[in-house]
Structure formats: C-alpha cells, structure tokens
Design a protein around this ligand. Structure first.
Ligand SMILES: NC(=O)c1ccc[n+]([C@@H]2O[C@H](COP(=O)([O-])OP(=O)(O)OC[C@H]3O[C@@H](n4cnc5c(N)ncnc54)[C@H](O)[C@@H]3O)[C@@H](O)[C@H]2O)c1
Length: 289
C-alpha cells in the first residue's frame, strides 16, 4: 500500500492547506504511532459478500489488537483516540483493552455521522438548516440497532427554540421512518454510490475532533461512542456505547438524568444487548488471537 500512500501524500500537498506543515507516510508502527496527540484509526477490514458478522469481528480484532498495542507502546498517554473503522464501537473497545497505559476516557468511536444524519433529516423535514437543530442523540452501536432519539432535541423556528416533537407534530414519522432512515443511511449511501460514505464521514470526523479540542457550545450536547463507566440510563459498564456528551477541557461528560420513556428505553436496551454480544465475541477472539 506504500504506492497508494504516495498518491494520498500528493493529494494532501495539492490541497495547499494553510495549516499542514509536514506529512509522514509509513507502514511502520513505531513511526506511525510515535508521540501522537490524536490518533484517527480508519483502517479496517470491510465486510465482504458471504462474510458472517463473527468473521468480520475476528478480522478486525486482529487489526485493533495490534493498533491498541502500538498506541500503548509508542504514543503519548494524553492521546485522544478516535476509531472510525467498522465495527467501530467494538474495534474501539478492543484497542482500549490493548492499551492499558492510556486512560479509557481517551478512547472514542465515531457516531457523529449518525448524529449529523439525524440533524439533517429533521432539518429537511422542517425546511430549516441543520444548524437550527440541536441535541439529537444517537444511543448505542454504530449499526442498524442504533437509536436516533429526538425527544430532547430542539429546533430554531422564527428565532424561537421549540422541541422537535412539538415543531413537527408527526409522531408516527418520528417513531418510524425517521429512525429507520438514520439507521439505514449508511447502507443507502453504499447502494447509491457503490462506495461507503466518504465526504460526510470526513466532515463528521472533523466535527468530532473539533469538539474534543474546543468543547461543545453551552447548552448543547453531541453523540460520541465512549466506554460506559457509570450512567443514569442503566447501560452496563464497560460497553463502548454512544451517549449524549458535553465536552470541556478535552474531557467529555455523559449528559445524565434525561427523562427516558418506555419506547426509548426498549431501543436503548436492544442496542446495548448487541454491543454486549459483540464485546463477548471480541474478547473471546482477543484471548485466543
Ligand atoms: N463510524 C462511521 O461513521 C464510519 C463512516 C464511514 C466509514 N466508516 C468505516 O471506516 C473505514 C474506512 O472507510 P473507507 O471507506 O475508507 O474504507 P476502505 O475499505 O476504502 O478503506 C479501508 C482501509 O483500511 C486498510 N486496512 C486494511 N487492513 C488494515 C490493517 N491491518 N491496518 C491498517 N489498515 C488496514 C485498507 O488497506 C483500506 O485502505 C471502514 O471500516 C468503514 O466502514 C465508518
């Protein structure tokens, strides 16, 4: 792949980016992972035709086992690790398990793309821009069991903030088509483009890293996959689960105490169950790999 990397290098140079000082291309872990402030892990094994979910997990446990160990060995302990490669939640958990010297709270996985998709669907429906929509939540796994929740989301209409349910007055769409559209958006993009999301994923990574660095605006939260470590929602500890978080001083905090109705609770548990199963499989592979 070093030849391909040369092409990536040329494109980066050709962007003439004002803040880009230097690029190193390498296939050596000791160079790639040395003293990082941020590690964005995008390399993973994609699902191929006829591949079982377990086979995919196994292949990726192998990759993220190495990357976690390399982070542990070569990187700054303050590094912020953002896992993008799928299955992103469990890959992130695997990497964290392999890097015990780096705090668990430094690991996150990307559910910001799902978050942005949810914002965009609401904005499209209401004829506003995505910027007018805030506090949507993606709960759980970056998979089709994720739960996009707008019970606490607000939209700005004629200068006033209104709850999304109140603004839309279309509960059946919000509890049905809206949820499935966001859950299956990745597959819909692949079907149309014959390639997975690229531009929107890149934008989501930028949003995610920017918020880690500069914090979330007052009164706003965003969705991020993090290792659960005590929360008011009954999500078991030590799952890599997407929660609403606020970020300050490069540290996130789960937004606890939001009221959860039965409809939401069932969906949050379902995606937690899938993550618990993925975790169990990954840990089995990790022990034997
Ligand atoms: N979390 C999200 O929201 C989100 C969004 C978009 C894409 N993704 C995922 O991000 C990943 C990258 O997407 P893409 O479209 O660039 O996919 P891609 O298949 O084009 O790129 C994956 C890359 O990983 C590399 N790779 C394979 N094995 C590796 C290893 N052992 N070590 C390092 N690199 C390895 C491959 O060579 C390839 O270049 C995929 O897993 C995709 O599903 C996640």
């Amino acid at each position: 792949m070093m030849g391909v990397l040369d092409g990536v290098l040329m494109e980066l140079q050709d962007c003439a980016l004002p803040l880009l000082k230097d690029v190193t291309t390498t296939d050596k872990e000791e160079i790639a992972f040395k003293d990082l402030d941020v590690a964005i892990l995008v390399g993973s094994m994609p699902r191929r035709d006829g591949m079982e979910r377990k086979d995919l997990l196994k292949a990726n446990v192998k990759i993220f086992k190495c990357q976690g160990a390399a982070l542990d060995k070569y990187t700054k302990k303050s590094v912020k690790v953002i896992v993008v490669g799928n299955p992103t939640n469990t890959n992130c958990l695997t990497a964290s398990k392999m890097a015990p010297s780096i705090p668990k709270k430094n690991f996150s996985c990307l559910t910001r793309l799902d978050h942005n998709r949810a914002k965009a669907q609401i904005a499209l429906k209401l004829g506003v821009t995505s910027d007018d929509v805030k506090n949507v939540i993606i709960w759980g796994n970056h998979s089709s069991t994720q739960y996009p929740d707008v019970n606490h989301a607000k939209v700005k209409l004629q200068g006033k903030e209104v709850g999304v349910y109140e603004a839309l007055k279309d509960d059946s769409w919000l509890k049905g088509e809206f949820i499935t559209t966001v859950q299956q958006r990745g597959a819909a993009v692949i079907k149309a483009r014959k390639l997975s999301s690229a531009m929107s994923a890149t934008k989501a990574i930028c949003d995610h890293v920017r918020d880690i660095w500069f914090g979330t605006p007052e009164g706003e939260f965003v969705s991020t996959g993090i290792i659960s470590d005590g929360n008011s929602y009954g999500i078991p500890d030590d799952l890599l689960y997407s929660f609403p978080v606020t970020i300050k001083d490069k540290t996130w905090k789960v937004v606890d105490g939001l009221p959860i109705n039965d409809f939401s609770s069932e969906k949050m548990d379902l995606t937690a169950k899938e993550l618990a199963e993925e975790k169990e499989t990954a840990l089995e592979f990790l022990a034997s790999a």
